[in-house]
Design a protein around this ligand. Structure first.
Ligand SMILES: *[C@@H]1O[C@H](CO)[C@@H](O)[C@H](O)[C@H]1NC(C)=O
Ligand SMILES: *[C@@H]1O[C@H](CO)[C@@H](O)[C@H](O)[C@H]1NC(C)=O
Ligand SMILES: *[C@@H]1O[C@H](CO)[C@@H](O)[C@H](O)[C@H]1NC(C)=O
Ligand SMILES: *[C@@H]1O[C@H](CO)[C@@H](O)[C@H](O)[C@H]1NC(C)=O
Ligand SMILES: *[C@@H]1O[C@H](CO)[C@@H](O)[C@H](O)[C@H]1NC(C)=O
Length: 368
């Protein structure tokens, strides 16, 4: 049986998943990298060190578009490039896991070159198939936004430069009739950054006492959309960092310069990644926790276990994203050498028929 046909129950036992299986959810192991994840590195020496465990690599952020998955690979120690965006095919004919390679190519990365990618962070794909990449910048170059046109030979363009550099984290896109806005978090500041594409303008929105880190945006069909915010407290540690807050984007689109996010609830952990799917369900991953929680945003707040693994030994254990069809893609990362290091999983929603025992074991699994 090929990797692409691995039935669900196999991945359940592999992972020791619990409370994951509901009648409506199918979780499938797409790839696993039992030990190392090879990649095209800037030098042979770096590659040797990466493969010999001298430097460790971590997956962060994620975006999915058509047949491809993008995420950021961060490696230690910080020789350049310390982080690269990599791409993977959603499926592969081979039983070997694919090699995630620098995207669009390694020569697009250069520290200190303001026209290239210096240190990528948040990723998002817009409706025109452009991958937006936030770039932290350096002491030489301010933070910036690049787009990579996934429908047009992955053409790369710097579309905006901010008036600051460093500590930029994640972004979400809000495409409206009045323009495309990006809402951006900076983890050392009590503010959000708003960027308007058509005007090529960005501005700071002060959010007193709220140092935003993880962000997610409620679906388009329900105006005004809500921006969900998770706080980062490591710098000062003054605030309860398990708080989930929200703010209406109406004010952000309007050009307001001060906003007061309101508290929704306390989560069970400190979120570093949040995503909202097309149905309005929010997913949150937490530092040092072996699960991802979900909450149906149309209902009063209630945190539910969405995805869980028996053991995971990592500070940033998952990164995940939705795709255009409403599936959730999860990269699980384990620092523990004795365990499988990286796994890519796909959670398909609304697939009751897959649980029909009369149904064949393989052919009724949807292809990725
Ligand atoms: C957008 O603004 C940035 C700086 O604010 C500038 O560097 C860039 O050239 C502008 N881009 C376009 C397409 O006008
Ligand atoms: C677009 O702008 C108009 C006029 O300012 C406003 O009435 C409308 O609500 C805006 N639409 C969105 C989606 O923000
Ligand atoms: C947005 O701006 C319009 C016009 O200036 C104003 O009427 C409206 O109250 C503002 N909305 C918010 C949410 O600030
Ligand atoms: C959240 O936790 C803080 C600190 O533990 C507590 O003071 C606050 O009342 C809680 N808020 C909610 C909405 O539960
Ligand atoms: C979320 O809750 C709403 C309102 O109760 C319900 O209609 C909807 O089906 C729920 N969504 C999911 C994905 O369960």
């Amino acid at each position: 049986m090929s990797r692409s046909m691995t039935p669900f129950f196999v991945s359940v036992f592999l992972l020791g998943l619990s409370s994951v299986a509901t009648a409506k959810k199918l979780t499938r192991l797409v790839y696993e990298w039992p030990d190392k994840m090879d990649c095209e590195w800037p030098s042979k020496a770096t590659r040797t060190r990466a493969l010999s465990d001298e430097i460790s690599i971590e997956p962060h952020f994620m975006a999915v578009y058509r047949t491809r998955i993008f995420f950021v690979l961060k490696k230690y120690p910080e020789d350049t490039p310390a982080k690269v965006v990599v791409s993977l095919p959603k499926s592969s004919g081979s039983s070997e896991p694919p090699r995630p390679n620098p995207f669009p190519s390694l020569d697009m990365y250069e520290f200190g070159n303001c026209q290239k990618i210096e240190e990528p962070s948040g990723l998002a794909v817009d409706s025109l198939g452009r991958l937006w990449v936030l770039d932290r910048g350096s002491s030489k170059c301010n933070s910036k936004i690049l787009t990579i046109d996934l429908r047009n030979h992955d053409q790369t363009k710097v579309i905006h430069q901010f008036s600051f550099h460093d500590w930029i984290h994640d972004l979400v896109l809000d495409e409206t009739n009045n323009g495309t806005f990006a809402y951006i978090t900076r983890w050392d500041e009590q503010c959000l950054v708003v960027f308007c594409l058509e005007r090529n303008e960005s501005w700071i929105v002060e959010t007193p006492k709220v140092q935003s880190f993880a962000i997610a945006l409620s679906p388009k069909y329900h105006e005004p959309r809500q921006l969900y915010i998770g706080i980062y407290s490591h710098v000062f540690g003054e605030w309860n960092s398990n708080e989930l807050l929200s703010i209406s984007v109406a004010a952000l689109r309007n050009g307001t310069r001060t906003a007061y996010p309101k508290l929704i609830a306390n989560l069970t952990g400190e979120p570093y990644r949040m995503v909202v799917d097309n149905r309005g369900t929010m997913y949150a991953g937490f530092f040092n926790k072996n699960y991802i929680s979900s909450w149906n945003g149309s209902q009063p707040f209630q945190e539910q276990r969405y995805f869980e693994v028996a053991r995971l030994d990592s500070y940033w254990p998952f990164t995940f994203s939705k795709d255009q069809s409403g599936n959730i893609w999860i990269m699980a990362f384990n620092e523990n050498k004795a365990e499988t290091r990286f796994r890519l999983l796909k959670v398909t929603v609304g697939a009751e028929q897959f649980w029909d025992p009369a149904c064949c074991t393989c052919t009724c699994l949807s292809s990725p």
